[in-house]
Design a protein around this ligand. Structure first.
Ligand SMILES: [Zn+2]
Ligand SMILES: [Zn+2]
Ligand SMILES: [Zn+2]
Length: 424
């Protein structure tokens, strides 16, 4: 348990970021290697159950000179900002029933037994005496959960920035900035994920027949449009970003009869007549489009009765930014060292994601699976099939680093087949 050596206490370090006069203590235990803790921020023995409990789950009663832990009595939540927290627990003393604050808040208000002299620490520790404790409050609330952040900092290189609004960002400019990357650095036919997991499923669900009229919404540099045109369909591709310039250039070089229009996906019902298309496809774009409800409505309008709409998205549950993958150790090349961490499935604010310091930024709009289903229902579209591509034995053998103990465990993509119906 001992052997923390010269490591500083994790809590002391965090508290000092907020309370400038906070004394830094050396760790007394090197807890789990990542949270070394000083004697003050270690564990205390509950007077009732005799168990050692984390200092944030136990309270001191200065009247009874007793510790009561969360397991021995009910806790109550008090909403108050202090240090890096926005609440604390009070725990009813098992002797006198008085609600006492857990030791994290007790320390902040100066009622910790070490501060008031009820107990004398047996290990060396400098005890903070809060003078201006009211000022010692983080300016960042709600504070992100420490546990997740700590694991993230140990094992992740992806940066996730949640935006309060789109005021300072223009989604189109994000795509325009990405255009050279996607269009020029992207292998023809798509990257690994598109080639083996997304496009084959999109095509399977579309089940195209020669001569069909298909609209490719947010077609980007035209990978899917070219696949469809090569199978003898009449394809129209729309995209408002500069990515479509590359698609148009390709079409000039190698004519497949694709009709490209540089327009916003949310203009399609203006530009095309009602029921103009047999099928509509939208590949890996809806999670980047703000007003998906309006998009679904317009797709329903331009689609023929009983027409098919197929879209692929990053999986709402298992993909960034909802879930991030960290590797511990960070530099490990083995997939069994990957941990998937759910951040916030219900997060609705727009989110900028940068996969690694060298990659482009992407703008995401997080939604739940229910959000998609309900929005489709409202515009007379029903889901007839969903696909969550999983790796195969063949791919595991061929690309073990991409698939083994990775895409065989969770799906990163969701491909949805929808039918337009007269009424639900
Ligand atoms: Zn400490
Ligand atoms: Zn107890
Ligand atoms: Zn008491």
């Amino acid at each position: 348990m001992n052997g923390a050596g010269s490591k500083l206490c994790f809590y002391c370090v965090e508290y000092k970021k907020v309370a400038k006069d906070y004394p830094l203590n050396y760790a007394f235990v090197d807890h789990e290697g990542s949270t070394p803790r000083c004697y003050l921020h270690w564990q205390y023995e509950c007077s009732n159950c005799k168990k050692m409990i984390h200092f944030n789950g136990i309270a001191w009663c200065s009247d009874c000179k007793e510790f009561t832990c969360l397991n021995c009595a009910d806790e109550h939540m008090v909403k108050k900002k202090f240090l890096v927290y926005d609440y604390y627990y009070t725990i009813d003393c098992t002797k006198c029933s008085k609600p006492n604050p857990a030791l994290d808040y007790a320390e902040f208000e100066g009622s910790h037994p070490f501060q008031i002299g009820n107990l004398v620490p047996i290990e060396d520790v400098v005890v903070w005496m809060p003078i201006h404790s009211e000022e010692a409050v983080s300016d960042q609330f709600p504070n992100p959960a420490w546990g997740a952040n700590r694991v993230e900092s140990m094992g992740n290189i992806t940066t996730i920035t949640i935006l309060e609004s789109l005021d300072k960002i223009n989604p189109q400019s994000v795509w325009d900035a990405n255009a050279p990357y996607w269009a020029e650095k992207w292998p023809e036919g798509g990257d690994f994920n598109h080639k083996y997991f997304i496009i084959p499923e999109v095509l399977r669900l579309l089940n195209i027949k020669e001569g069909e009229k298909i609209l490719d919404v947010a077609c980007g540099e035209g990978t899917v449009a070219r696949h469809l045109a090569n199978k003898g369909t009449q394809v129209t591709g729309v995209d408002y970003s500069n990515m479509i310039d590359y698609a148009m250039k390709r079409e000039c070089e190698e004519r497949l009869g694709i009709n490209y229009l540089k327009i916003d996906a949310l203009q399609i019902s203006e530009v095309f007549g009602k029921e103009s298309f047999d099928k509509v496809v939208c590949n890996m774009a809806i999670m980047d489009i703000d007003n998906y409800k309006s998009l679904f409505k317009q797709i329903s309008e331009v689609l023929k009765e009983k027409g098919t709409f197929v879209f692929s998205i990053t999986h709402p549950c298992f993909s960034v930014p909802t879930t991030i993958t960290v590797r511990i150790p960070k530099d490990s090349q083995r997939n069994e060292d990957k941990i998937r961490m759910v951040k916030n499935y219900f997060e609705k604010r727009p989110t900028l994601v940068q996969w690694n310091p060298d990659s482009v930024q992407l703008l995401y709009f997080q939604r739940t699976i229910g959000d998609y289903i309900n929005a489709l229902q409202k515009v007379n579209m029903v889901i007839t099939e969903m696909s969550e591509p999983q790796t195969s034995e063949e791919l595991k053998e061929k690309f073990p680093r991409d698939t083994y103990l990775d895409m065989e465990l969770v799906p990163y993509f969701l491909i949805v087949k929808v039918k337009k119906v007269t009424e639900l």
